[in-house]
Ligand binder design. Structure first.
Ligand SMILES: Cc1cc2nc3c(=O)[nH]c(=O)nc-3n(C[C@H](O)[C@H](O)[C@H](O)COP(=O)(O)OP(=O)(O)OC[C@H]3O[C@@H](n4cnc5c(N)ncnc54)[C@H](O)[C@@H]3O)c2cc1C
Length: 406
C-alpha cells in the first residue's frame, strides 16, 4: 500500500520538504495542508520588496505551481488542520475531512504576538505576517500619510524603511531602552537609529504604547507617559509565537516550540517538525533554541526528508539570518547572546559598511555584517568549523582578513 506523508503548513519548511522528499526517493503520497490561500511564498519580502512594490506576488512564490504538479504533490490550500489523532494516525481538518498518515510533519511556523492594549484590533491597525496583511497595508500607503509602527525589531524597522521609501511619514515606537535590544549590541542599535534618522524616520525608544483609538477617521496611539501620536495607519510588530497548539493537544513534548531531536522527530517518532515551530538543540551553541529564519526552516526540512527517506543526517547548522533596510544589507552569522566583547571592523559611527564580531573570551560567537559580504562569509565559515579569529587583526582594517584566521 502507498505510504502517506502529510505536511501541515504550506510555507518555507513545507515547500522545501515536499521537494526534498521526492528528490530523496519518497514514492508515497505527499499532501500539504496549509491555511493560507496562496501557493507557498517567500515571507521575508513582505516587509521589504513586496511592501515597497518592487516585487509582485508571482515574484515571491517559492516555486511555480507546475513544480508541485510535476512532483505529484497534493496542495490543499486554505484548509486548516484542527486536530491530530495519534492513535488512528490521522489529521482532521476544520472542514471535517480526515487524512490518514504514515509520516506527519508539523511545519506550522509562528504567528504574530498581539499587543495587549485597547484598540489593537480597530480598523487601520495592522500586523504583518502574511500577504493578506501586506495587501491591506499597501492599500493605505500614500505619500505624506502618517504611519506609527509599534516595535523596533527587524520587522518594524524594515517596514518603516519600506514605507518611508514610499514617501510616508514614519514614527517607530520601541518600548525597550533601545531598538533591536533583543538581538544586537548597543553599538548596532545606535547605528540603525542613526541611519533611520538620516533617512527621515522618527525613532523613539523607551516609549510604551498603551492604547490605540480612533476619532474623526484618524488613529491615535497614546503612551504610558501620556504622549499621543496621530496616524493614518498603525502597524504592530512585537514578535511572534510558535503555532504549537496541535502538538500540545495531541500530547507531544513542547518547550518554547515543539521539541525535536537531531533528526527533527518529535516525541512521537512518526511525527516530525521543521521551521519556526521547533524547539531544537543546536550542537554548535550547545543549547536549545527556537529560530525564526528561512535558512533554518529550509535546513530542517532537508533533515526531515533525509530521515523519512532512510538517509539520516543529524541537524548541525549554524544559524544565519539577514535584514534589508534602505541601502543596508545586514547578514548575521551565529547567535550573539552571551557575548562579552565586541570588535568592530570598519567605521560604524559614520559609514554604512562595517562588521561587528561578537566574542565570548577568545571564542567567536557571531558576526553582524552590514554591506560587508566578505566578513559575513568569513565569519560563517569560521563559526561553522568551530574556529575563531584574532581580535587585533579583525579590528585593523588595513590587515588582510585572512590573517585573522587562527
Ligand atoms: C515580514 C517578515 C519578514 C521576515 N524576514 C526574514 C528575513 O529577512 N530573513 C529570514 O531568514 N527570515 C525572515 N522572516 C522569518 C521567516 O519568514 C520565517 O522564519 C519562515 O517563514 C519560517 O517558515 P516556516 O515554514 O517554519 O513557517 P511559517 O512561514 O510561519 O509558515 C507556517 C504556515 O503554516 C500555517 N499553519 C499554521 N497552523 C496551521 C494549521 N493548523 N493548519 C494549516 N496550516 C497551518 C500558517 O498559517 C503558515 O502559513 C521574516 C518573517 C516575516 C513575517
Amino acid at each position: 500500500m502507498t505510504e502517506k506523508c502529510i505536511i501541515i503548513g504550506a510555507s518555507h519548511a513545507a515547500a522545501q520538504l515536499c521537494v526534498s522528499l521526492r528528490q530523496g526517493g519518497w514514492d508515497g503520497s505527499i499532501t500539504v495542508i496549509g491555511d493560507e490561500d496562496d501557493l507557498p511564498y517567500h515571507r521575508p519580502p513582505l516587509s521589504k520588496a513586496f511592501l515597497s512594490g518592487d516585487k509582485t506576488m508571482s515574484d515571491i512564490l517559492i516555486r511555480p505551481a507546475e513544480i508541485y504538479e510535476e512532483a505529484n504533490i497534493d496542495l490543499k490550500l486554505g484548509v486548516r488542520v484542527g486536530a491530530i489523532d495519534r492513535e488512528k494516525k490521522s489529521v482532521l481538518t476544520d472542514d471535517g475531512d480526515i487524512y490518514p498518515y504514515d509520516k506527519l510533519v508539523l511545519a506550522t511556523g509562528a504567528r504574530v504576538r498581539n499587543l495587549p492594549v485597547p484598540g489593537e484590533d480597530i480598523k487601520g491597525v495592522y500586523y504583518l505576517r502574511d500577504t493578506k496583511d501586506v495587501l491591506a497595508i499597501k492599500s493605505q500607503v500614500a505619500p505624506g500619510r502618517r504611519a506609527v509602527i509599534i516595535g523596533g525589531g527587524y520587522i518594524g524597522l524594515e517596514t518603516g524603511a519600506s514605507l518611508k521609501k514610499q514617501g510616508m511619514e514614519v514614527t517607530i515606537l520601541e518600548a525597550m531602552p533601545r531598538i533591536l535590544q533583543r538581538v544586537t549590541a548597543p553599538e548596532l542599535s545606535r547605528f540603525y537609529k542613526r541611519v533611520h534618522q538620516e533617512e527621515g524616520v522618527n525613532i523613539l525608544e523607551g516609549v510604551v504604547a498603551s492604547a490605540i483609538s480612533k476619532s474623526n477617521g484618524r488613529l491615535n496611539v497614546s503612551t504610558s507617559c501620556q504622549q499621543n501620536f496621530d496616524a493614518d495607519m498603525v502597524i504592530i510588530g512585537i514578535g511572534v509565537i510558535p503555532n504549537m497548539e496541535l502538538a500540545e493537544m495531541s500530547g507531544l513534548t513542547v518547550g518554547n516550540g515543539v521539541e525535536v531531536n537531531a533528526f527533527c522527530q518529535t516525541s512521537d517518532l512518526d511525527i516530525y517538525a521543521a521551521g519556526d515551530v521547533t524547539w531544537h538543540f543546536n550542537p554548535i551553541y550547545e543549547r536549545h533554541v527556537r529560530l525564526e529564519s528561512v535558512p533554518n526552516a529550509t535546513e530542517q526540512a532537508k533533515i526531515v526528508a533525509a530521515h523519512i527517506n532512510g538517509q539520516p543526517k543529524p541537524y548541525n547548522s549554524l544559524p544565519w539570518f539577514w535584514s534589508d533596510q534602505f541601502d543596508l544589507k545586514l547578514q548575521i552569522a551565529g547567535l550573539s547572546d552571551g557575548y562579552d566583547d565586541l570588535i568592530i571592523r570598519g567605521d560604524i559611527k559614520n559609514s554604512r559598511e562595517f562588521a561587528a564580531f561578537y566574542f565570548n573570551g577568545a571564542k567567536l560567537l557571531a558576526v553582524d555584517a552590514v554591506n560587508s559580504p566578505r566578513e559575513f562569509m568569513l565569519g560563517r565559515m569560521i563559526l561553522g568549523k568551530g574556529k575563531t579569529l584574532d581580535k587585533k587583526a579583525i579590528a585593523d582594517e588595513s590587515a588582510d582578513l585572512k590573517t585573522a584566521v587562527i
